[in-house]
Design a protein around this ligand. Structure first.
Ligand SMILES: Nc1ncnc2c1ncn2[C@@H]1O[C@H](COP(=O)(O)OP(=O)(O)OP(=O)(O)O)[C@@H](O)[C@H]1O
Ligand SMILES: [Mg+2]
Length: 284
């Protein structure tokens, strides 16, 4: 057993850092009730990387928002470090699909904005911003504005902004979804390195099955209408993972098999993106 898997084995013995029990979420619309999440139960261990996959509209973002404390109108219980989640907290960071940087602020100023609701002294803010800029490889671009950097760099800045408050849990809602395929591969490697270096617990929503197999300790597959956990797939492979390894591909094919019609095309770049237009056309 190598260092990574033995660390996972130790973490498995620790009590869960996040517990979801009987999560039920409904939206009340003019045309009636929309039942989005039904009886979701999940325990996440400290330092674990959990990916959530499922068809478009099955409730992945909704679930992440509940965990973040952005929406408190739901049934069931969510507890983080033994306490019920009530509202947002700096210890639970959130990264959105689009970077959400302010165009009139520089990279450095955008990251520093994360301290707005804190009492962190100015000198320490500066130090911590620089530390994160280095961590995500944006040295030299501190004074650049969002329009002067690439999409991948902007997403790195967003990751730095989320990490600067040193969250212990990071919630990522398709953070790489808007990037081109090569930038995406590179940022997957960087996310994997950041996760291992920081020890932060990560829960990431993705449409990309290969991305999930590359990053996750466990993949939670959600069914749609209402969103229920169909199954949880453990990815017991050491990091960094080799995408061409037969076991890697076997797990990828297994998860793809949960999405009707996609198995036949497994292995093509298009099929790996379950939420892509191609799949949407095929399934709906
Ligand atoms: N604030 C809201 N009010 C009403 N309905 C909502 C609201 N937010 C989400 N929904 C509905 O809840 C369902 C789940 O939405 P959600 O955004 O969680 O899906 P998702 O799995 O993240 O989809 P995608 O993969 O396309 O991002 C959808 O049918 C959506 O229309
Ligand atoms: Mg979503």
């Amino acid at each position: 057993m190598n260092a990574v898997t033995s660390a996972q084995a130790i973490a498995a013995l620790a009590p869960p850092v996040l517990s979801l029990r009987g999560i039920d979420k409904r939206f009340h619309l003019a045309r009636g009730e929309l039942h989005v999440l039904d009886d979701i139960a999940l325990d996440v261990r400290p330092g674990e990387f959990v990916c959530i996959v499922g068809a478009s509209g099955c409730g992945k973002s909704t679930l992440l928002r509940l965990i973040a404390g952005l929406d408190s109108n739901f049934g069931g219980d969510i507890s983080y470090e033994g306490h019920a989640v009530k509202g947002t907290a700096l210890e639970r960071g959130f990264i959105f699909q689009e970077h959400r940087l302010f165009p009139w602020l520089t990279v450095e100023e955008n990251i520093r904005l994360a301290f707005a609701a804190t009492r962190v002294p100015a000198a320490e803010q500066k130090e911590r911003v620089q530390e994160q800029i280095q961590r995500v490889g944006l040295e030299g671009f501190e004074k650049a504005y969002p329009h002067q950097i690439s999409g991948g760099m902007a997403q790195r800045a967003a990751i730095a902004r989320a990490l600067v408050n040193r969250p212990r849990l990071l919630l990522l809602d398709e953070p790489l979804g808007a990037l081109d395929a090569l930038t995406r591969l590179k940022l997957q490697q960087e996310l994997q390195r950041l996760w291992q270096e920081s020890g932060v617990t990560m829960i990431m929503v993705t449409h990309d099955i290969e991305e999930a197999v590359f990053l996750a300790d466990r993949i939670v597959v959600l069914d749609a209408r209402p969103g229920r956990i169909k199954r949880i797939v453990a990815v017991d492979l050491p990091h960094p993972r080799e995408r061409t390894h037969p076991l890697f591909n076997a797990i990828k094919r297994d998860v793809l098999g949960d999405f009707h019609g996609v198995e036949a095309a497994a292995g093509t770049a298009v099929a790996q993106t379950v939420g892509g237009d191609w799949y949407r056309r095929l399934a709906w």
